[in-house]
Design a protein around this ligand. Sequence first.
Ligand SMILES: Nc1nc2c(c(=O)[nH]1)N[C@H]1C(S)=C(S)[C@@H](COP(=O)(O)O)O[C@H]1N2
Ligand SMILES: [Mo]
Length: 162
Amino acid sequence: MRRLFAALLFAVFALVTSAVVTQSAASENKIILTVDGAVKAKTDFTLAEIEALGMATITTTTPFHDGVQTFEGVPLTKLMAAVGAHGDTARVVALNRYAMEIPISDFARYGVILASRRNGAPMEVKDKGPLFVIYPYDSSPDLKTETYYGRSVWQVRTITVQ
Ligand SMILES: Nc1nc2c(c(=O)[nH]1)N[C@H]1C(S)=C(S)[C@@H](COP(=O)(O)O)O[C@H]1N2
Ligand SMILES: [Mo]
């Protein structure tokens, strides 16, 4: 009886362990961003692949959060260079199909980032993640306008260069 119990316990442990390992491997390999359109090659990215391009930090208030926030993400200039973008506009589409066309000239002018972390941690979908277009709103009154709030797409899934 005791041996049966021990065997059962082991079986449950093994099942739970393999489920946890499978799930974390799935989230590591998950494609969270696709960049297509006027690019050298349509490219899918995992979170790790995006962050490996190099990160910049923006510390600012936003209309979407309480208090000063620190965002880290790849500069959109770097992402565009990485895919060989040749266009004037980035059509940024969210998980919920919200879409906004952003002039690519914004990226260098304002140092816009595709934020993947807020205050050090990756952002959950329910926290407007995993990717959020962030401008340095506090750096200029021009950025504290509906135009740039509208370009601040959260839950980004696809960027089409056109
Ligand atoms: N994914 C997603 N991002 C979005 C939106 C949206 O509906 N979905 N609305 C945009 C617009 S038009 C503005 S003005 C701001 C609105 O932010 P708020 O809903 O927190 O006021 O977010 C922008 N980013
Ligand atoms: Mo808006």
